[in-house]
Design a protein around this ligand. Structure first.
Ligand code: HEC
Ligand code: HEC
Ligand code: HEC
Ligand code: HEC
Ligand code: HEC
Ligand code: HEC
Ligand code: HEC
Length: 318
């Protein structure tokens, strides 16, 4: 009885601990603080075409916007920095057009400039994430061209795992972060000059590529998850990637400590299956065996053995 109480108290502590993880800092409900003032920048950087008055000729010119410089206002206002003005991160001199060419030499802020050593964001483990990032293949090989912004689009980065998104939505968002570059030579070759291998070809060892890539994230196989970190950031060299099917297709599936840890606490519904919460989204062969069937098969095996022993004894007596 006593040990059960201890277990119950421990579970509650874990539950509260995890609940605390989803305390958002940014107010996601109210109107964005700089909605009006950002409209000026979005009038050009939210559109495929822009117009401006030519000072010399006095005429109105219509031009195509560089597609890499177009941002979706809806995505911007769903992101973590939704209350920002464009000029909080960019020089206020961008208000004038044509922009001063020297502005492009400005140093950009890094995440750590604003978040490093700030206790307000302690729950996000910025310092640990930075350490892990430095160890990753990307930072290790391409320090000059690869930084936090390479994955965290400054104009749309949002928190998914801490909100109530379905697993499928989390998978799709996370994988997009990787495929936006790994399936796009224009972005990939911005990091390094070299051919971009095709993801389908690399992962041909998986029997059903699309099914798997819609059900698990790249980081499930390409990082080793850490307890203190909500999202693993150390992308390991390809030789260390998970190739063994049993890592997921078994009762102690790695999915429970990575992808399904976000839900493992909230939707604790046992239903007699191993790793039952996965069943909300997928049936993973080997990971979702039914406990009752397991017990039943043991009982049947025992009865068969008994019958055999009885049979042997009867034969000996005879
Ligand atoms: C009249 C249209 C227009 C407006 C308004 C405008 N921009 Fe631009 N912006 C452009 C164009 C076109 C470019 C492409 C490069 C160029 O022509 O300077 C650009 C380029 C940029 C760049 C990239 C510079 C580089 O080459 O690295 C930044 C950053 C930028 N704009 C920020 C802003 C911000 C912030 C605002 C609002 C305060 C703003 N822009 C308002 C048209 C505009
Ligand atoms: C949280 C900070 C932040 C905010 C807010 C922000 N930007 Fe940026 N922006 C950046 C960073 C950092 C880069 C450089 C990205 C990189 O290095 O990949 C950038 C790049 C750009 C570029 C040039 C892209 C390039 O590849 O050189 C444009 C244009 C731009 N921002 C426009 C805007 C506009 C318009 C807004 C407001 C709607 C805005 N930014 C708001 C941080 C921000
Ligand atoms: C110019 C300063 C600045 C930069 C650069 C910056 N942030 Fe922030 N960030 C903030 C501020 C300020 C807030 C709080 C905004 C609010 O409360 O509306 C914030 C909020 C956040 C949050 C909390 C969201 C929540 O609801 O709890 C996360 C996560 C975050 N930023 C991640 C990043 C990452 C990752 C980077 C780099 C890729 C980055 N930030 C770069 C200033 C910055
Ligand atoms: C290879 C891609 C990649 C790089 C590089 C990267 N991140 Fe992330 N990061 C992600 C993804 C994907 C998420 C998950 C966002 C979500 O679903 O909430 C994330 C989440 C985060 C979070 C939120 C974690 C939480 O507990 O909710 C922080 C903070 C963060 N990153 C900071 C950084 C910093 C700082 C750097 C650079 C030192 C960095 N990231 C570099 C992909 C990356
Ligand atoms: C089921 C596990 C698994 C998943 C999910 C997975 N990978 Fe892999 N990946 C591997 C393995 C194993 C290798 C090594 C293959 C080899 O060397 O034959 C690999 C290799 C790679 C390589 C190295 C390519 C090369 O040869 O240079 C890249 C890049 C890569 N994966 C990116 C991704 C991205 C991006 C995603 C998500 C869209 C992803 N992977 C999802 C297991 C996985
Ligand atoms: C902005 C572009 C970009 C983004 C975003 C990006 N990568 Fe990469 N990644 C690269 C490039 C370029 C290389 C090749 C590095 C090399 O071989 O020098 C690479 C290499 C890799 C490798 C192969 C490592 C090896 O040993 O050869 C893996 C695995 C990988 N990335 C996984 C991921 C995952 C997972 C994500 C998302 C969380 C991601 N990448 C996001 C550009 C990117
Ligand atoms: C990172 C975890 C992971 C790894 C590694 C993994 N799988 Fe899977 N696999 C899954 C998940 C999750 C599903 C369930 C997808 C669904 O039902 O949506 C699945 C589904 C399947 C299916 C069922 C397809 C169907 O039509 O229902 C087969 C077969 C399969 N995997 C074979 C393999 C083989 C063979 C390997 C090793 C080469 C492997 N898997 C490696 C996670 C993994």
């Amino acid at each position: 009885m006593k040990s059960k109480t201890i277990v119950a108290v421990f579970m509650l502590m874990v539950f509260w601990g995890q609940q605390g993880l989803s305390d958002r800092i940014v107010d996601m409900e109210s109107e964005p603080a700089n909605l009006e003032s950002n409209k000026h920048c979005f009038s050009c950087h939210g559109e495929r075409f822009y117009t401006f008055e030519n000072e010399f000729s006095g005429s109105i010119e219509r031009k195509a916007m560089n597609p890499n410089f177009i941002y979706n206002p809806d995505e911007f206002y769903q992101g973590v920095h939704r209350h920002f003005s464009c000029t909080d991160c960019h020089s206020p001199d961008y208000e004038t057009f044509p922009h001063n060419a020297e502005l492009r030499l400005d140093m950009m802020f890094s995440c750590m400039d604003c978040h490093g050593g700030d206790d307000t964001y302690a729950q996000y483990n910025f310092d640990l994430i930075q350490d892990e990032f430095y160890k990753s293949v990307h930072a290790d090989r391409h320090f000059e061209t690869f930084d936090c912004w390479s994955c965290h689009d400054p104009h749309s980065y949002r928190l998914m795992t801490r909100d109530n998104f379905r697993t499928a939505e989390i998978v799709s968002y996370h994988n997009q972060t990787c495929t936006e570059c790994h399936q796009n030579p224009d972005k990939y070759q911005l990091v390094m000059d070299g051919e971009m291998p095709l993801l389908e070809d690399i992962h041909s060892f998986l029997p059903n590529y699309n099914l798997h890539f819609n059900a698990v994230r790249c980081i499930e196989c390409h990082t080793s998850p850490q307890d203190t970190m909500w999202v693993a950031h150390n992308i390991l060299p390809k030789e260390m990637a998970v190739k063994n099917c049993v890592e997921c297709h078994s009762t102690n599936t790695l999915l429970m400590s990575s992808l399904y840890r976000y839900q493992a606490v909230e939707n604790r519904s046992e239903r007699g299956f191993f790793n039952a919460i996965i069943l909300n989204d997928a049936y993973v062969i080997g990971a979702n065996r039914n406990q009752f069937l397991n017990i039943a098969s043991l009982v049947i095996l025992g009865m068969v053995l008994l019958a055999m022993i009885g049979h042997i004894i009867l034969r000996i007596i005879k």
